[in-house]
Design a protein around this ligand. Structure first.
Ligand code: B12
Ligand code: SF4
Ligand code: SF4
Length: 395
């Protein structure tokens, strides 16, 4: 970690840690030239899929002075989030929320960084908080500040603590001296994240093809690509496999590092770790957005939540219970929304309920017929991924 060598720097670290951060580091505010080149080259190769975020304007998102022209220093903070999720609630199928989204961890992070900003401002400096904001590539400054190293999964890992962290910064015009101490690569010969990614999205060490990454596919507009639907399994928001299988992150879990804050069922703090899939498919637009609107939903349109829920339902519903399946999928097979009809058709087929589609109203529907043909052509990669497989033991 880059260590402060001024009293103000020492005070900032103490304040940040007191406000719940697990690590606080410092770096200068010079443009991140290499990161800009990486963003541009990935965009040229199409590895950003349709994503904008930091790719929209790589020059801006790699230049802290585009946010604060007088910027001299950056204080980077890392906040640890939930330990392992509790068991799925009993009852109908439940969908899994990735750990970073079980409650608003970014809010906790911004509050801690806000305390640092306020201290700097009280001393007459300018200071701006940037966390998960398109104006800065958070991982790049975290690595530059000596907080951690880039794992082969592309996640930043903190020494001894793994990768279950959200990252953010305070960009300031204060001069904060520090002694540079970057973190060495800690991955070594390990390739667990690459080997266990359910869709093969980590196409080279540190390089994620967003078009294949389930985390992005759940947030992207349009159809959920048919070849990744089985691989989606029970995930409804985010994907944790490249961290669940990561030995340093698993070791940190076992040692209970950070906040032991597993969120249970649906009603806790927004969404918790599990969401009832049948509820999602029955809820009104308003209910969905009230409960799950904190998630990134394309165009804030709840039909994308339903699209994802249909795929999860097709992967996880109890396939013997034809009556329950008709009750949940029937309204979608008969609705006006073609995208939802397609995903409901897929879910019925994946559950082995072809008979639902032979119903008079449905058999003549071209949308259903096309989806049936597609289903036959695309059994889907990684057919085992709809069960949450046990992670292998570490070394
Ligand atoms: C766009 C985005 C996504 C996209 C694309 C992810 C990606 N890898 O680019 C999607 C939606 C897929 C996504 C998923 C996730 N994300 Co995200 N995401 C972002 C966002 C908004 C921008 C990231 C970015 O600019 N990527 C651009 C590419 C170029 O960056 P990169 O992948 O990190 O690439 C670097 C490495 O490849 C490295 N590098 C270059 N050459 C080499 C060579 C080797 C050998 C190695 C090892 C590295 C390396 O340099 C590159 C540039 O810095 C940031 C927030 C922000 N404003 O920064 C959060 C952020 C990166 N996401 C975060 C999280 C938590 C996740 C998920 C874990 C969420 C989940 N559970 O589903 C997954 C992890 C997926 C993964 N393996 O990366 C955290 C990361 C925390 C951490 N400890 O690293 C961030 C920082 C949000 C935050 N503020 O905390 N995310
Ligand atoms: S988040 Fe999931 S799909 Fe994306 S790279 Fe990690 S393991 Fe692969
Ligand atoms: S799984 Fe292994 S290679 Fe991947 S980030 Fe973790 S330690 Fe590095």
């Amino acid at each position: 970690m880059n260590r402060p060598n001024s009293q103000l720097g020492i005070d900032i670290v103490e304040l940040g840690m007191g406000l719940g951060l697990s690590a606080v580091g410092f770096c200068d505010a010079e443009p991140l030239e290499e990161t800009r080149e990486v963003l541009e080259s990935r965009r040229d190769q199409g590895l950003n899929a349709e994503m904008a975020f930091t790719y929209r304007n790589p020059t801006r998102s790699t230049d802290p002075r585009a946010t604060l022209p007088s910027a001299q220093s950056i204080v980077v903070g890392a906040l640890r989030y939930d330990t392992e999720a509790p068991e799925a609630p009993v009852g109908g199928p439940h969908a899994r929320v990735a750990r970073y989204a079980t409650s608003d961890h970014y809010d906790d992070l911004r509050r801690a960084l806000g305390g640092i900003r306020d201290l700097l401002k009280s001393l007459g400096h300018k200071a701006v908080v940037l966390a998960d904001d398109n104006a800065l590539v958070d991982r790049a400054v975290a690595v530059k500040a000596g907080i951690g190293w880039y794992g082969k999964s592309a996640n930043v890992l903190l020494p001894g603590m793994g990768s279950w962290f959200v990252l953010g910064s305070v960009v300031t015009n204060a001069e904060l001296g520090f002694t540079a101490e970057l973190v060495d690569d800690g991955c070594g010969t390990c390739t667990q994240c690459i080997d266990h990614c359910p869709t093969g999205a980590i196409v080279a060490p540190g390089v994620v093809d967003a078009g294949r990454c389930l985390s992005w596919r759940l947030q992207a507009p349009g159809d959920f690509p048919i070849e990744f639907r089985r691989a989606l399994g029970n995930r409804i928001y985010g994907c944790d496999d490249c961290q669940e299988y990561c030995p340093p992150s698993r070791r940190a879990d076992r040692r209970g590092i950070g906040a032991p804050d597993p969120r249970g069922g649906d009603d806790l703090g927004g969404s918790g770790s599990w969401v009832d899939v049948a509820w999602m498919l029955d809820a009104s637009d308003e209910e969905l957005l009230t409960k799950l609107g904190r998630w990134y939903v394309p165009q804030r349109d709840p039909r994308y939540l339903r699209r994802n829920a249909l795929v999860v339902y097709g992967n996880t519903a109890h396939s013997q219970d034809a009556e329950a399946i008709e009750l949940v999928l029937g309204p979608y097979l008969d609705c006006d929304d073609e995208m939802l009809r397609r995903h409901a058709t897929w879910a019925a087929l994946n559950l082995g309920h072809n008979e639902m589609l032979l119903d008079n109203r449905r058999v003549d529907d071209a949308v259903v017929a096309d989806e049936m043909a597609l289903f036959r052509a695309h059994p889907g990669i990684n057919d085992d991924a709809n069960k949450m497989v046990e992670a292998p033991g570490d070394e």
